[in-house]
Write a protein that binds this ligand. Structure first.
Ligand SMILES: [Zn+2]
Length: 126
């Protein structure tokens, strides 16, 4: 069994495309999923806030219990939980990738953007 981890929006429309993309990209069988309403907004607002720490706690469970080796941070167009422009959200994804690479140096980290057609775009690749 090979697990990866997604920090994804709670939006139901993004779950399946993200799951499919990450199983392929990380060659994983299972995607442990931490959901928030616009997680890139939460992590960007304050990476040490209680809400951000709650995200790390759940990432840590995935890494410790399931030996997850890869982590993706996800944002999408028209996010109700993070209602800012696409380009601002994409910048947040990029800064989250940098931050998560520092926090989790042993994990492969990717950033995902889903456009209004729910097409997944991978970025933040090393
Ligand atoms: Zn959203």
């Amino acid at each position: 069994m090979l697990f990866c981890t997604a920090v994804n929006c709670m939006d139901g429309r993004v779950q399946l495309p993200v799951n499919r993309c990450l199983r392929e990209h990380f060659a994983a069988e299972y995607v442990d999923t931490v959901t928030e309403a616009g997680p890139v907004g939460i992590l960007s607002a304050d990476p040490e806030s209680p809400a951000s720490r709650s995200i790390y706690d759940r990432i840590d469970i995935s890494v410790t219990a399931h030996l997850s080796t890869a982590l993706a941070i996800v944002a999408h167009a028209n996010c109700a939980g993070n209602p800012i422009s696409d380009s601002d959200q994409q910048h947040q994804v990029e800064s989250c990738v940098v931050h998560l690479r520092r926090r989790y140096p042993d994990l492969e980290i990717a950033g995902l953007w889903l456009d209004e057609e729910w097409t997944v775009h991978l970025f933040g690749a090393p």
